[in-house]
Design a protein around this ligand. Structure first.
Ligand SMILES: [Zn+2]
Length: 410
């Protein structure tokens, strides 16, 4: 608890005293983790100006007017990117004690103001844990993700850069279990945009755009209902017209994912049991897999092995949305890499998934996820070499977001 309070104070203090962005800032450290190659560059200097990386160097001649941040023996990494977060969603397992309830109850009893405040707390904890960007994929009530994104952008509170989805598009009933028609009418629209037919699909995307979405989340299948090919194709066409990417939740076999792939989505979320041919198709089309896995589940592990063999690009996604009494949202989120380790991903592959790959999926090429000239200066530091000991990711000691130091605890 003391450590957590210290970390928060540390963050908030630094939040108020950001480095001057327009001046040259040089970060000195023992090494930079080149996630693209899976090797270290050492020693290293990163030159930053106006929120971007200007150059990466090892040379001794630092301009005399530069602000120097000397991180001594630390290892530098790109800021982490979670391609599947739910910052404004806090599932309480105790609610399962209410018969048949869970997210239905949560939707009924948690208003949008509370959700925004839950999101503000989670955003701060995510940033402290090293996440400088998240793609927030729904379950945030009525546009609380957009309000949170805007508040962070205005510097009202600390948090990662957010790519917000607003309400997820879904088949009838969203992801809720069976409920009365009256309850459905009131509760489902608070959380989902129900679709039946291509015209409704187009309308739902346009509503999301109007509400401020940066990306589109579609629930391809839930329970016995799935969106069909025509609906998915309309969603992707409409999203592309608005220059938005589409993240497709697809579970239960190959067909839901295949329909989404044929429609042209950018990522398949979960895809717990995807077969080798479908994964190969994804690799050919450059569609990312976002495995939101938990540890100890054999079918998830086998699917990651198949994905690696097929050459699918894997982007880290935590899908973290539950309350944890012991750990804050950032701490729980970062620990989800353990499932990737168990599935046979190397430390370099895990780091790539959580930086370069998720960065490109979420923001497009050349913006975030690498420490190279032209990229945003989203930089974190850890005490040990993460290529050897990936557990060090759970103890991020320095966070810079877009050239501003937001946390330093060393
Ligand atoms: Zn999710």
């Amino acid at each position: 608890m003391i450590i957590r309070i210290y970390a928060i104070l540390c963050c908030l203090t630094a939040f108020l005293h950001v480095s001057a962005q327009d001046k040259l800032t040089v970060i000195k450290a023992k090494a930079l983790v080149d996630v693209r190659k899976g090797q270290l560059i050492t020693p290293v200097l990163i030159y930053c100006r106006q929120g971007k990386i200007e150059k990466v160097d090892s040379g001794p001649n630092i301009p005399s007017d530069a602000i120097i941040i000397d991180l001594g023996g630390k290892y530098l990494l790109p800021g982490l990117v979670d391609a599947h977060s739910h910052l404004c969603h806090e599932y309480q397992y105790e609610l399962e004690k209410v018969a048949g309830a869970n997210i239905v109850t949560e939707t009924a009893i948690t208003d949008n103001a509370t959700r925004a405040l839950i999101g503000a707390r989670n955003a701060r904890d995510m940033l402290l844990a090293g996440y400088t960007t998240v793609r927030d994929l729904g379950n945030s009530g009525e546009n609380t993700d957009v309000a949170l994104r805007d508040a962070i952008n205005k510097n009202w509170l600390p948090g990662p850069r957010i790519y917000a989805a607003t309400r997820a598009l879904s088949p009838i009933g969203g992801q809720f279990s069976k409920m009365t028609p009256d309850a459905r009418k009131v509760l489902v629209p608070k959380e989902y945009s129900e679709i039946c037919g291509a015209e409704e699909a187009r309308k739902a995307v346009r509503e999301a755009v109007f509400n401020g979405a940066d990306c589109i989340k579609v629930i391809v299948n839930n329970n016995q209902l799935s969106l069909n090919q025509e609906e998915l194709t309309a969603i992707v066409q409409e999203a592309k017209a608005a220059n938005l990417k589409v993240a497709a939740h697809a579970t239960n076999g190959d067909q839901p994912a295949l329909n989404a792939i044929n429609a042209g989505v950018n990522s398949i979320e979960h895809g717990y049991t995807l077969s080798a041919p479908v994964l190969k198709l994804m690799a050919e089309k450059g569609i990312y897999l976002v495995p939101t896995d938990r540890t100890g589940v054999d079918r998830y592990q086998q699917r990651i092995k198949r994905a690696l063999e097929a050459g699918v690009k894997i982007a880290f996604g935590s899908d973290m949305y539950y309350y944890d009494a012991q750990r804050n949202r950032g701490e729980v989120t970062v620990s989800t890499y353990h499932a990737y380790s168990q599935s046979g991903m190397s430390n370099a592959q895990i780091l790539r998934s959580a930086t370069m790959n998720s960065g490109e999926l979420v923001a497009g090429p050349g913006k975030i996820g690498l420490l190279e000239p032209g990229y945003l200066a989203d930089i974190i530091a850890v005490d040990e070499d993460p290529l050897v000991k990936v557990e060090t990711l759970e103890h991020v000691v320095f966070v810079m977001k877009e050239g501003k130091v937001v946390n330093r605890c060393d």
